[in-house]
Design a protein around this ligand. Structure first.
Ligand code: FCB
Length: 426
């Protein structure tokens, strides 16, 4: 058994506003969830985990577990429910929470756009509409004005590639379009440009800020490595899904597949950290996603492949050097049968890699509303009883807490928490 030193990392959890808060009907996800058949269990993001009202309890619990960092979203539609009308009550509520988070010794990292935005923005075409990037940058600037005394770490946009394919290719996200290829390109272009402009705008207002994106990167490996078609598709799928937009968002250089170089974006570094959301890898034999046979899987049938995190981190870091923040990593595990092992395996490969990992934000804290999966996918280190809203720390939560306190995954912790923890194969 091994001892894994975690002293070089700050560790906590990540979440998104719509997935936990409840009660906001002004965002496009709420409207989408109300359409019959969109969400597997028919739920909407109200009440989610009712965090809007229970934030004190949640903050206390995070502090009790010793979490060091917390990635949270501030919901744009709450701050600006109508164009240029600011809801001061919502601002005050977020300020109270951020103040409490900081007082608990937890460092906040705030996401400005995590899949959701105001309905009025959606009605103008959302990220496929005119002036989307400009509208977003105005919002980003305002957010620094409103919260810059409490926050200096920002994720501009979460997972443009998942947002664009979810909403315009697979139809599982609002606006529910399928195979709308021109819009996918428009959305990716606008999000990348929006990020680059917001990166600059935030730094103008707050020079010491640390700003980046949370980029969804997955492994793309050929199903059969000896098949040249699989190899070719693995490379081209990876480029189309995550490579091209990486060049635009991190390097400010827009490749032709996305569109022309914007006149207001200069090539050059547009990140202070490399934000990576990593969950799984894809076995490529076709244009759409596949999975290797007989591998460890989670409740959503996603392969559990810790080494893939290092593959994507190295790939990114080779091109764009800098500190690496794992802005999301986690797994759907209803019975909490393997989450502790999942956490340990990912932290271990990170530490062993020698890459400059600085942060690990586990997805997620309390079981949340998982977009199209509703309440069916359980990602939390804390269990939520949806009927009573009661929180109960899972064993994996206890494990993470103890590892943070020890500054290591010690042999004792491995023996106590991981000995009976097994991955299911699928
Ligand atoms: C990521 C999303 C996050 C959550 C996890 C499971 O793609 O950013 O909101 O849904 O997946």
């Amino acid at each position: 058994m091994t001892h894994t030193d975690l002293s070089g990392l700050l560790i906590g959890t990540a979440t998104a506003a719509v997935q936990i808060e409840g009660g906001d009907t002004g965002n496009q996800w709420h409207a989408f969830a109300e359409q019959p058949g969109r969400i597997v269990d028919g739920s909407t993001p109200t009440p989610a985990t009712d965090h809007w009202n229970r934030w004190r309890e949640d903050t206390d619990l995070m502090a009790e577990l010793g979490l060091q960092v917390y990635r949270l979203g501030i919901e744009w539609s709450r701050i600006e429910p109508q164009p240029d009308r600011i809801d001061e009550t919502a601002v005050a509520r977020y300020r109270d929470e951020l103040t409490a988070v900081r007082a608990a010794g937890i460092r906040p990292l705030v996401t400005l756009h995590h899949f959701s935005h105001p309905i009025w923005f959606e009605e103008r075409g959302g990220w496929a509409g005119p002036d989307a990037a400009e509208t977003f940058v105005r919002h980003a600037r305002r957010m620094v004005d409103l919260f810059g005394d409490l926050v200096d770490e920002w994720v501009t946009i979460n997972e443009p590639n998942v947002f664009a394919t979810g909403g315009y290719l697979f139809g599982e996200f609002p606006p529910g379009r399928t195979n709308a290829w021109p819009q996918i390109r428009t959305v990716l272009y606008a999000m990348a440009r929006g990020h680059c402009l917001a990166y600059r705008a935030i730094h103008e207002a707050q020079p010491h800020a640390r700003v980046g994106v949370a980029h969804h990167l997955r492994g793309f490996d050929p199903l059969n490595p000896r098949n040249p078609v699989h190899r070719l598709l693995a490379r081209s799928n990876a480029y189309l899904f995550q490579g091209a937009i990486t060049e635009a968002m991190f390097g400010g250089r827009f490749p032709a597949v996305l569109g022309p170089q914007p006149a207001d974006v200069d090539p050059g570094s547009h990140y202070d950290f490399l934000g990576i959301n990593y969950y799984t890898r894809t076995a490529v034999s076709r244009i759409d996603d596949g999975r290797f046979p007989d591998v460890p899987v989670n409740d959503l049938d996603w392969e559990i492949h810790p080494r893939g995190l290092i593959d994507v981190a190295r790939w990114l870091h080779d091109r764009y050097p800098g500190p690496i923040w794992v802005t999301e990593n986690g797994t759907a595990d209803r019975d909490d049968a393997f989450r502790a092992r999942f956490i340990a395996d990912h932290l271990s490969v990170m530490v062993d890699s020698g890459l400059p990992f600085e942060r690990y934000y586990h997805w997620c804290f309390v079981d949340n509303w998982e977009w199209a999966e509703g309440h069916t996918a359980k990602f939390g280190i804390v269990d939520l009883d949806v009927a009573t809203m009661q929180r109960r720390v899972r064993r994996s939560g206890e494990f993470l807490s103890r590892a943070i306190a020890a500054g290591a995954i010690t042999e004792e912790l491995r023996a106590e928490f991981l000995a009976d923890s097994r991955y299911r194969r699928g």
